[in-house]
Design a protein around this ligand. Sequence first.
Ligand code: TEU
Ligand code: CA
Length: 557
Amino acid sequence: MMSNQGKKKEIVYEIYVQSFQDSNNDGIGDLRGIIQRLDYLQKLGVTMLWLTPIYQSPMVDNGYDISDYQTINPIYGTIDDFDLLVQKAHRRGIGIMMDLVVNHTSDKHIWFKKSCQSANNEYSDFYIWQNPVNGGAPTNLGSVFGGSAWEYVSSRNQYYLHLFSKQQPDLNWRNPNLRNAIYNVMRFWINHGIDGFRMDSISLISKPKHFINMPLSHGVKYAPYYREIANGSQLHKYLHEMFDEVLKGKSILTVGETPHTSIEQAQKYLNHSYPELDMIFQFEHMHCDYGEYGRYSDVRFKLSDLKKSFNQWQNGLSWNSIYLGNHDQPRIVSRFGDEHIYREKSAKMLAMATLFQRGTPFIYQGDELGMTNCNFKSIDDYHDIETRNKYHELIENGMDKHQALKIIQIKSRDNGRTPMQWNDSKYAGFTTHKPWISVNKNFQKINEQCEEVDSESVLSFYQELIKLRKNNKILIDGDFEPISVNDSAIFAFMRKLGKQMIIVICSFVDKKVQYNLPNNFKVENSAKIIGNYALKNSKLKQTMYLEPYECDAFSID
Ligand code: TEU
Ligand code: CA
């Protein structure tokens, strides 16, 4: 865990390793590819790279199914490549954050293979086994990716739990030997010089002792996993122990991915009298566009919901992670902005709306170029296990193929997983070989080379915002206060430190709007520090007219 001041300065950049840069032209991004792009990342100004899992894996869930925690997947390189990456990143003042996936392993992990063999060996209790009930699954619990969360193994005549795919059996954290094995894995990577852990699905590691059938809503076959499982009774005991055993006194930045966690529950992870994690990824704002079929519904977010969520979390925690996109989500410009006429304007606005909030910003690769959803034309072009399962589930539920594909196009996790668009050459400069997933068709228009030469580009705007954040203490240490909470087009807030203020105004609509600032601000002393329409609104005014997706930040001294 880092000192408070240290961690507040970090700006984290998530690298989806298989889609960032391919160095040996086999169509898959790799560690040497990241090394090739360190200059780019340094110029962008980010201070830490979160690498999605690079361990040995059969890749059923793109590496989130780990079969050996201490071996680099050969498709990404070797441990020497990894050490070189750490060394070269450090030389540029950039840290490396590893993805720690310890809610489950792959079914190809040696622990699981041994666990399947019998109920009385060293690994028998590394996973969660239950006896059949009435000749079937122990309960009606469902998996995140669809179907039952229980899978039968005849050698034990028992079922094991898998909250995700059946190739991802859940680990049994009640077993102290398992916990020690995980702590050893963490020490191994700390000894390789890493600077942080992003802990996958960490809110799910404490399972109930007794599983029960949960009530089912009409027409649904399986119970949602999170009601019974998220934030289980032993969770904080485990995280305290992990902190004492591994993290205490070390300069390691930690962020826990915590699906289904409320603000009150979140506070417990960040309890300063007994620290567990530096920050968490909460999901509330990711649910703003859920509908009848949960995430896979044809629903557009409402700004009022997004604002409410931002403001509540800012209010409830003094520090947290700030994010809009990652490898599990659609592209932010397509989802919260406009991927057509106002792509560039809205991409910049979303950057300001996140980078100027209080907290540690997480930028997802390609968002700094304004990359968009991939809109593949056929389900066969999608690779993601969740996408494919959900598509079939929608059709089984009676939806026609057209509509199901439409929903996949707007919500699929693959939207964020297409190759980085570096230039306009075939395969976008990501590789010269056919990549593992298709490049977005718009790569000739949207790519790093175009952005690089344009001082008005989305990329240049990110660089500016990051510079401002680094050079203005108020953007890090300042308080956060929402402004105009009921405005349905504008997300506005104030950062405040001593007598200094920064007012941030972000329009989320594709037309001109009038904005009335509450009248308690001394608009005379204001100066614009940055905006996405350089020549507009150079001063803060009581009544302002904002262009589509306009964003401005003003300082008041
Ligand atoms: O995601 C955990 C998680 O909460 C998922 O529900 C995720 O949000 C879902 O895919 C959204 O529909 C983590 C990883 O980030 C994800 O890539 C993995 O597939 C998952 O864990 C299993 O390891
Ligand atoms: Ca490669």
